[in-house]
Design a protein around this ligand. Structure first.
Ligand code: NAD
Length: 295
């Protein structure tokens, strides 16, 4: 079993670190929020008094932080993880961050470094069923596999450094745009007198089928487990979706790619978040679309 330094014990990192403990790994944890550390110590982890202390002596060092700025600072800043960790340690970041920073950090560590963002949300983190999209050296990915398998059930090696982030941003751009247009269709059907259940019954089995419709339907009823049935309690918040859409547009721009549908999805989620919907599930975008209709 490995000794793992885990930094960032929020809604995702907390349950991920717990699953590493459950799998029998020794986990040394750090977060700037003390209660998050205390909760993990109660579950069997050891508290590091700094990120560097949590990484020292670890076989594997993992970060799960809010955004690129924190990730760069944690790895490359003063007293950063890159210097603090063992020369032969396996290094990885599971946060969702911009592609440029993921590549910069991987190159600057000068060692095998994986970007391994996840999908599956807090429920997936708790259940240990996350999907990991991994960028970096193939041998390092194989070395990481047993550790990732303690936290997830699907591990896909996407390519070189940054490829995991590219996959994550492409996935969420497709998901957001699909959810927005699915919501428009349900509102249109409502206005034209087509019951939501009938629209679902047809489209979930026809060419319009999608995860947004079939598994995460934005109206209550057809899919009992979808957030629509609990007033759009998250799930995956609209604020995080907006963040990922912003990162996707940045990545598209840097690559010289025109992605107008993704840009429109970003504009819609911007408006929803600015209007107070940030804490709602992203499928709650339907409430804004419905409210925006002419009387
Ligand atoms: P969160 O805000 O709940 O957790 C982040 C944690 O990092 C917090 O506990 C915070 O105190 C800690 N932190 C911040 N700066 C730190 C530092 N310098 N050193 C140590 N700890 C620090 O966020 P989350 O929901 O756990 O998300 C983490 C990452 O995973 C984000 O990049 C997010 O986009 C991504 N993600 C989240 C979800 C989700 O459903 N929440 C799903 C997929 C991916």
């Amino acid at each position: 079993m490995a000794r793992i330094g885990f930094i960032g014990l929020g809604r995702m990192g907390g349950p991920m670190a717990r699953n590493l403990l459950k799998a029998g790994h020794q986990v040394v944890v750090f977060d700037i929020v003390q209660p998050a550390v205390d909760a993990l110590v109660a579950a069997g982890a050891v508290a590091g008094f700094s990120a560097a202390a949590a990484a020292k002596d670890a076989d594997v060092v993992i970060t799960m932080l809010p955004a690129g700025e924190q990730v760069r600072d944690a790895w490359l800043g003063q007293g950063g993880l890159s210097k603090a960790s063992r020369a032969d340690a396996l290094l990885m970041d599971c946060s969702t961050i911009d592609v440029a920073t993921a590549r910069e950090v991987a190159a600057a560590t000068g060692r095998p470094f994986l970007d391994a963002p996840v999908s599956g949300g807090v429920m997936g983190a708790e259940a240990g069923t996350l999907t990991f999209m991994v960028g970096g050296d193939a041998a390092a990915v194989e070395r990481a596999r047993p550790v990732l398998e303690a936290m997830g059930k699907t591990i896909v090696h996407c390519g070189e450094a940054g490829a995991g982030q590219v996959a994550k941003l492409c996935n969420n751009m497709m998901l957001a745009a699909t959810m927005a247009v699915t919501s428009e269709a349900f509102v249109m059907a409502e206005r034209l007198g087509l019951p939501a259940q009938a629209l679902y019954d047809v489209c979930s089995k026809s060419t319009a089928m999608s995860w947004a419709l079939n598994s995460y339907c934005p109206v209550p009823g057809p899919v009992p487990a979808s957030p629509a049935n609990r007033d759009y309690a998250p799930g995956f918040t609209a604020a995080l979706m907006r963040k990922d859409l912003g990162l996707a547009q940045q990545a598209a721009k840097d690559a010289g790619v025109d992605a107008p549908v993704g840009a429109l999805a970003l504009a819609l989620f911007d408006r929803f978040v600015e209007g107070g919907g940030g804490g709602k599930d992203f499928s709650g975008i339907i409430t804004m679309i419905r409210a925006g209709q002419r009387a």
